[in-house]
Design a protein around this ligand. Structure first.
Ligand SMILES: NC(=O)c1ccc[n+]([C@@H]2O[C@H](COP(=O)([O-])OP(=O)(O)OC[C@H]3O[C@@H](n4cnc5c(N)ncnc54)[C@H](O)[C@@H]3O)[C@@H](O)[C@H]2O)c1
Length: 370
């Protein structure tokens, strides 16, 4: 039996076994002539044939493409080549897409679906923990450019998201652990009890205990939905979800995506917590708990990288949150709450503090965590 979370915009997240979900079959049958699956080669090797067989047993014929895994696939070139493939296959508005994969696949396929024939429906089947708790929910689609991450994209909701945590059986260990940066972010910005729950289940999490994992995936989905229901277009409250991401996106861009998104977010969480602490918002005790949790989960927060201050500033100067030439950051007031002032969820930061933040970042990126 599927359990469902529905956001205020009416977009359901189903928790179910995807290879027996009747809802997927109903959705694919509904008026659609073509089903087109986008997956990547890692995920596809495990699940494409299984999904095709399940659809075929239900008299649904599907076509598919398997893209190279990794962040570089979120590109204009790949978007164009998938669109051309779909045109060549005769896919029109009577097509439904299925994105089967991690956040790279859901972001890219979601963007294609948003604009192909002026928009066709898509179902997301997230297969990485990060995509289950974050990337597949909330309707942001996008690709990267040389100028930065996710700079082109849309806010477009999928018809539905289907989460099956059994798919995590094949997820590499490091991808599993790195997803906890987004999970910790949800707890930090919204729910201190959730943070405590994670702190008190480190052993179970490291053992991949599915009972606790199920709770975590559902709570993260709920938190994201609660925030987005009030502000899908990121005009105000949704900005909270950018906590840790200003620094994360800068690191990803500068490293040309050699630094994994989850790892960049973990570093960004520590850096932006440091900033919150320096701005006398976050207490020393809470800052310490945040660093400790990330360390206890074995999320690596140092990288082999030589980053210059000038390069970091240049990338940060292109941040989408900049208003009137002022850098803005989502800051924590305490574990479970962001600082909200003057109707803003992202606060302007003085150049001197930005400078201090970058020094701190450079010093711990290449050394151990202070
Ligand atoms: N749209 C949003 O709101 C949003 C939110 C957060 C992150 N994102 C985006 O998500 C992306 C990161 O997502 P990700 O961490 O899932 O990356 P990913 O899609 O690159 O997946 C990580 C790796 O795990 C592999 N993988 C995934 N599921 C697997 C499975 N079940 N079995 C075996 N291998 C599997 C993939 O092939 C890949 O190599 C970034 O591009 C980020 O910008 C988007």
């Amino acid at each position: 039996m599927d359990t469902i979370i529905v956001d205020a915009l009416g977009h359901p997240i189903y928790f179910s076994d995807i290879f027996s979900s009747e809802r997927i079959i109903q959705m694919c049958r509904h008026e659609f002539e073509n089903v087109f699956i986008v997956t990547d080669k890692n995920v596809g090797a495990h699940y494409t044939q299984k999904l095709l067989n399940y659809l075929a047993r239900n008299h649904i014929r599907a076509q598919f493409t398997m893209i190279p895994p990794g962040e570089h696939s979120k590109s204009r070139e790949l978007k164009r080549s998938i669109e051309d493939m779909m045109f060549a296959l005769g896919c029109g508005r009577d097509t439904i897409m299925i994105a089967l994969g991690g956040g790279v696949v859901t972001d890219l396929a979601g963007f294609i679906a948003a604009t192909y024939c002026r928009g066709i429906p898509i179902i997301y089947i997230p297969t990485s923990l990060l995509a289950m708790v974050d990337a597949a929910n909330g309707g942001k689609t996008g690709i990267n450019t040389d100028y930065g991450k996710n700079l082109i994209g849309t806010f477009t909701n999928p018809e539905a998201v289907f989460i099956d945590i059994n798919l995590l059986n094949t997820l590499p260990e490091n991808e599993y652990l790195l997803a906890f940066s987004e999970i910790i972010k949800h707890a930090l910005i919204f729910d201190d009890d959730y943070f405590t729950l994670i702190e008190s289940h480190i052993g179970d999490i490291l053992k991949k205990d599915y009972a606790i994992l199920s709770k975590i995936v559902k709570r993260s989905c709920e938190i994201k939905m609660l925030i987005i229901s009030e502000d899908q277009a990121e005009k105000s409250k949704r900005e909270m979800l950018n906590f840790g991401h200003t620094i994360a996106h800068a690191l990803e861009t500068l490293s040309q995506y050699a630094i994994n998104h989850g790892q960049a977010v973990a570093i960004g969480i520590i850096a932006e917590s440091y900033l919150s602490n320096q701005m006398k918002l976050l207490s020393d005790a809470h800052f310490h708990r945040i660093k400790q949790l990330i360390l206890n989960l074995n999320i690596p927060v140092t990288v082999k990288a030589t980053l210059s201050k000038g390069d970091l500033i240049a990338v940060l100067n292109r941040d989408k949150k900049i208003r009137k030439n002022k850098h803005r950051f989502v800051l924590l007031e305490k574990i479970g709450a962001v600082a909200y002032a003057k109707n803003l969820y992202a606060q302007p930061v003085a150049p001197i503090l930005l400078d201090k933040l970058i020094d701190y970042l450079i010093s711990y990126l290449t050394s151990s965590l202070p």
